[in-house]
Write a protein that binds this ligand. Structure first.
Ligand SMILES: Nc1ncnc2c1ncn2[C@@H]1O[C@H](COP(=O)(O)OP(=O)(O)OP(=O)(O)O)[C@@H](O)[C@H]1O
Length: 732
């Protein structure tokens, strides 16, 4: 780009493009790598400043002696960020979270050596990734590319890349496919990437990130005319299209003759009889890659189904697969097809992550309604469960349905009573009270927040609640057209205001999106399926995030919310599928489980903590710390005992007491293990070894104010309805 001074306007010349920008000379001179501005009708990002001789060479024109290049000032002009222009103009500094999202990892035109994926293959048949991309890849990504490449070199090679969310499955896939395309001996020309419709734009942005200039290799098929165009001109090697488009136009897509099939969020294909699965199978693309951060959602049969799609026949029949798993003979076979890495591999490049479970006291109205619902149960238990979950979010959401409950006198009585009581809206919901405290603190701390819920009605309620707190509200739910979703995400990630909240439906926005404009995330209600919550929580703690992340799960104490958490934890045990203990913890939705769900214990600090039989007293110490303390105490006791023995040989009866102590200690240890099925009082014990690694806090504990501060609350105004809290810091 060359710049000419001409009064206040500046004409800029690209090799083939003439236009003008509205920037002043000093603003232009202050531009730095990563800055964005408008150039005519183009959005431009500075990739790489070049010196004058190189610029002339690049433009292919002889130097025009009349040109007056603007001399850069000694220091950057500070006012450049506050330009009142209809476009963003910010530097790529870390302090502005928005820009991070748009700076291409391939920002500079640098020369780097290509990376040869499989050296031992020699020059013939070897795959390579061009240096410009390769030198930006993390070690785990190179490992992933090598794995995928080795699988896909074979004509019928299939693989599952099941890395946890945010590890860059997209670039691993793109780089592998580019290597396959370049290896002419493989005769691979066309790659089909099938994704949920909400992620089509996301994939195109991902390609843009890695191909900021030069020939763009991907095209999105959003409508039938795109497909026609592509069929006529066969434009790019990569086609990105939604599962819906495949359902509608599988025949036309088949005609293109794809060589590789990539399925994103592939857990959608777990049902082997689903229409989409059959359509994709019929497209007869032999090389297949399934991408999913949550390959095992409910049961092993689903994992088998994915494996069988990626590598048909390799795992035998479902029964044979189960036998392999039971005998523990499956790992080697599985390693051949599936690669899964945990978020810890990215820990060095990501800031710390804090997770909290906040137990919130039910309001009187919530408790009364829930009791009445459980006593006066609706004919269909599932409907009652839904009502309980609604009341747990806010009673008003249930009262909107009061027509349905006309025939329930007790409920009607409560509703009439509630309408007379005129209690403040927020105080009627324990969770809303805690959320209110958090939201006020976030705005003050200048940290943006995302709130997830499974229910549209709840999102509506939260929208007016947040507006009352003077928040600008953005929404991402089923009502937002797919083509507009990326705009909402961009608006949120780029928002200059810290009091912007994004309300997201767990089902719509849970997967695939990069929402790193926020560093706080609240799950207002949990999903029965932990995989959905894990997906949602991964939206902010991912590549590009600079701030420490805080993730909050809100639960209404002693109610269905806690039951969902307990069930989730049982289920997440499934992730370690080859751990027999985890398998035995497999959770099916049985009748007895349903009955437990209707038990309420609103006066507990935390029913979950009670089931854990944890002896921490809510002081925030972990088992390890307590064991260390116990050890020290025991050592001290031993020393005391020895001294005592020496002095009091005649008092041998005392030793009996000491023996009595031993079994007590063993029992205590077992209480923290996963083996026991019942607690001492006979209630079913929850298998939640994971929660034992968390810090537990009771409001009664002197450590509570410190906890409040670290969780982002204002400790001067402790949230009244917080009955208990659990905190976990990811330190890998
Ligand atoms: N090496 C890298 N350098 C810079 N940015 C990267 C790198 N790898 C990945 N990213 C960025 O990290 C973000 C997350 O990557 P991606 O969406 O591929 O993750 P994912 O594993 O598919 O997660 P999910 O399962 O949630 O979809 C993207 O914005 C991507 O551009």
């Amino acid at each position: 780009m060359e710049l000419r001074g001409l009064k206040s306007f500046h004409y800029s010349i690209f090799p083939h493009l003439y236009s003008r920008s509205l920037l002043t000379p000093s603003e232009i001179a202050a531009l730095a790598e990563g800055d964005e501005f408008m150039f005519g009708s183009y959005e431009v990002q500075i990739q790489n400043p070049v010196d004058e001789p190189n610029a002339k060479q690049a433009s292919g024109k002889p130097a025009n002696t009349t040109l007056q290049p603007v001399q850069p000032p000694a220091a950057k002009i500070s006012g450049i960020r506050s330009l009142k222009r209809p476009f963003s103009m910010v530097s790529s500094g870390e302090s502005n979270p928005t820009n991070r999202h748009f700076v291409s990892p391939c920002g500079k035109i640098e020369k780097h050596d290509d990376w040869v994926i499989d050296e031992e293959e020699g020059n013939i048949g070897a795959g390579y990734v061009e240096g410009r991309i390769a030198h930006r890849l993390r070690p785990h990504q190179k490992e992933g590319i090598a794995f995928l490449y080795s699988r896909l070199k074979n004509e019928c090679g299939g693989a599952i890349l099941a890395d946890e969310m945010g590890l860059g499955k997209s670039i691993q896939t793109i780089a592998t496919c580019l290597a396959l395309l370049k290896n002419k001996s493989l005769k691979i020309d066309k790659i089909l990437i099938v994704v949920p419709s909400s992620l089509v734009d996301n994939w195109i942005s991902e390609f843009r990130k890695w191909f900021p200039y030069g020939k763009f290799p991907a095209e999105a098929i959003r409508k039938v005319s795109d497909l026609r165009r592509h069929l006529s001109y066969l434009i790019t090697p990569f086609i990105v299209c939604s599962y819906d488009m495949v359902l509608r136009y599988a025949r036309h897509l088949f005609a293109i003759g794809f060589d590789v099939l990539i399925c994103d969020e592939a857990h959608r294909l777990k049902n082997s009889n689903s229409k989409i699965r059959i359509m994709l199978e019929n497209m007869n693309i032999q090389r297949r890659v399934l991408l999913t951060g949550t390959p095992l959602q409910n049961e092993l049969a689903e994992l088998y189904s994915l494996l069988d799609f990626a590598a048909p026949g390799k795992f035998g029949t479902p029964a044979e697969f189960m036998t392999l798993v039971e005998q523990g003979d499956c790992n080697e076979l599985l390693d051949e097809i599936m690669l899964r890495r945990g978020a810890n591999v990215n820990s060095k490049s990501l800031p710390p992550k804090h997770e909290y479970i906040l137990y919130c006291r039910p309001s009187n109205l919530q408790m009364k309604l829930m009791e009445a619902l459980c006593e006066d149960m609706f004919a269909d238990p599932l409907t009652t469960i839904l009502h309980l979950r609604t009341v747990a979010n806010h009673p008003s959401l249930f009262l909107q349905k009061s027509l349905e409950i006309e025939s329930k006198p007790k409920l009607r009585e409560i509703i009439v009573e509630a309408s007379k009581a005129k209690q403040a809206f927020t105080q009627n919901s324990g969770k809303l009270m805690v959320l209110g405290s958090l939201m006020e603190a976030f705005a003050q701390a200048k940290e943006r927040v995302i709130v997830f819920s499974n229910f549209t009605q709840t999102l509506d309620m939260l929208e007016s609640f947040c507006q009352n707190l003077a928040y600008e509200v953005l929404r991402l739910d089923g009502a937002v057209a797919t083509k507009d979703r990326q705009k909402v995400i961009k608006q949120f990630n780029e928002s200059k205001y810290y009091n912007t909240v994004l309300l997201v439906s767990t089902k719509t926005g849970g997967t695939g999106l990069n929402l790193i404009g926020a560093s706080r995330l609240v799950l207002f209600d949990l999903d029965w399926n932990p995989a959905n919550d894990l997906q949602a929580m991964a939206r902010i703690w991912r590549e590009g995030q600079m701030k420490t992340c805080h993730i909050y799960r809100l639960l209404l104490t002693g109610t269905i919310d806690e039951k969902i958490l307990q069930r989730q934890i049982k289920k997440t045990g499934l992730h370690t599928i080859f751990d027999p203990e985890a398998q035995s913890a497999e959770c099916k939705f049985r009748d007895e489980d349903l009955m437990e769900i209707f038990e309420l214990s609103g006066d507990a600090e935390s029913n979950t903590h009670r089931l854990l039989e944890c002896d921490c007293g809510g002081d925030g110490t972990t088992i390890e710390e307590r064991e260390d303390e116990d050890e020290l105490e025991e050592e001290q006791e031993d020393i005391d005992d020895e001294e005592e023995k020496e002095n009091e040989n005649e008092n041998e009866e005392l030793d009996g007491d000491r023996e009595d102590h031993e079994p007590e200690k063993d029992g205590n240890e077992e209480a923290h293990g996963n083996g026991d099925e019942t607690t001492q009082d006979g209630t079913p014990k929850v298998s939640m070894g994971e929660l034992n690694a968390w810090r537990h806090y009771s409001p009664e504990s002197p450590a509570f104010p410190l906890f409040l501060r670290s969780a982002g609350f204002d400790p001067e105004i402790p949230p009244e309805s917080l009955t208990f809290a659990m905190h976990y810091t990811s330190t890998f």
